[in-house]
Design a protein around this ligand. Structure first.
Ligand SMILES: *Cc1c(COP(=O)(O)O)cnc(C)c1O
Length: 388
């Protein structure tokens, strides 16, 4: 864990490039070096700031932790070995046996499974709330509720929850509001500006940005992040130094990549909405999206994820996917390359067809993580695949 510098540049690009590292002695490397070492000299003194990589105090872990904190406008940040590590450690640091969590029903699959299957074994119960029902949040709070957990924009229908009233409710009860903002990134939304206490990310996605690493981070106030850090030191999901170095490189271009992701996804969403083979398009930047007004208010850009439903159901979706040449069929998202998947085979495979349909994910539903390729090539690729 590391406290972010409180002064200094405020722009996302500038922080992404310069944040967290300030060695400007003659001969110092311009790029912070990987320190591929498990352990460090010292240890005679328990307060040595740099000691052991599982503790998260490898120099690069510290400086990149500072960088993500600054990107989110938070005092402290911590890099961990995966998004799920960041989520699990955040929860375990805040909830004990007998405690209760209130969570949005719209969650990443593994997060949902953590709440539903894993935490009950540890004596922690979760009440899932239909995130779009404003009053349900208050009704779900119990005496032993220790945190509220939301995600946004959500996978795969890209719904957006207004964090502000939920943050107010959390503050009233003296508990933290945690938000997974993986799909947004600090380039498009900074949840702390809306009262969120702890922001978690799968940095595997846009923050790393090149589909070549697994990483997670959490940012928040110093005390809260320190508690998560102490939990992680015991469970052990530390970030590997080489991964952190790659993540740092990804963060340098986060803002410019997001600009292109936003632009490409917006253009594709418009184009798809007018396409005769398409039944429905989900994109927060479209006026037809149920949360468009909220997204326009709290997001700087609408993101790189676009979902749509092809006419002809599952069969047509399968044919379309098999004809794509530029876009690659694969799970995950947020990389420079366009990735395409059908939630019914990936994130939502455990549900029945009827359950999926109820959540707005009928057969024929396709999720696009729109990359930063040239938009003409993406459109041409999709057009030939849709027409075949
Ligand atoms: C991928 C993802 C996660 C999990 O992150 P990993 O890095 O795979 O552990 C959590 N939340 C969201 C929204 C994700 O997309």
């Amino acid at each position: 864990m590391c406290a972010a510098a409180r002064k200094g540049p405020a722009g996302i690009s500038t922080i992404g490039i310069h944040g967290g590292y300030s060695d400007d002695q003659p001969g110092a490397p311009v790029v912070p070096p990987i320190v591929q070492s498990a352990t460090f000299m010292g240890g005679a003194n328990r307060t040595d700031a740099i000691l052991y990589t599982r503790y998260g105090n490898n120099p690069l872990q510290l400086s990149v932790g500072q960088k993500v904190a600054a990107l989110e406008g938070a005092p402290a940040g911590l890099i961990l070995g995966s998004g799920m590590a960041a989520i699990a450690m955040t929860i375990l640091a805040n909830a004990n046996s007998g405690d209760h969590i209130v969570a949005s029903a719209h969650l990443y699959g593994a997060t949902r499974a953590l709440f539903e299957k894993e935490l009950p074994k540890r004596g922690i119960k979760t009440t899932f709330v239909d995130a779009m029902d404003g009053k349900a949040w208050r009704r779900a709070i119990r005496k032993r509720t220790r945190l509220i957990y939301i995600e946004g924009p959500t996978n795969p229908t890209l719904r957006l929850i207004d964090p502000r009233p939920i943050a107010e409710l959390a503050r009233e009860h003296g508990i933290p509001l945690v938000m997974d903002a993986t799909f947004a990134t600090p380039a498009n939304m900074r949840p702390r500006e809306f009262g969120v206490d702890l922001v978690v990310h799968s940095a595997t996605k846009y923050m790393g940005g090149h589909s070549d690493l697994i990483a997670g981070c959490v940012v928040g106030d110093e005390e809260a992040v320190r508690a998560i850090d102490m939990t992680a030191r015991l469970y052990g999901p530390a970030a590997d130094p080489h991964m952190v170095w790659l993540l740092d490189r990804g963060l340098r271009t986060l803002d410019v990549r997001m600009e292109r992701h936003n632009r490409n996804a917006g253009a594709l969403a418009d184009w798809l909405e007018a396409h005769p083979r398409i039944r429905a398009v989900h994109y927060p930047g479209l006026e037809s999206h149920p949360d468009h007004a909220l997204a326009a208010e709290i997001m700087k850009g609408f993101g790189g994820m676009v979902s749509f439903v092809v006419k002809g159901g599952g069969k047509a979706a399968g044919r379309f996917m098999s004809k794509l040449r530029v876009a690659k069929a694969a799970p995950s998202l947020g990389g420079v390359e366009t990735l395409v998947s059908q939630p019914r085979y990936t994130s939502h495979a455990a549900m029945t067809r009827a359950q999926r349909a109820e959540q707005g994910i009928p057969d024929g539903f396709i999720r696009f993580s729109v990359g930063v390729e040239n938009i003409e090539d993406l459109k041409a690729d999709m057009d030939q695949a849709l027409r075949s």
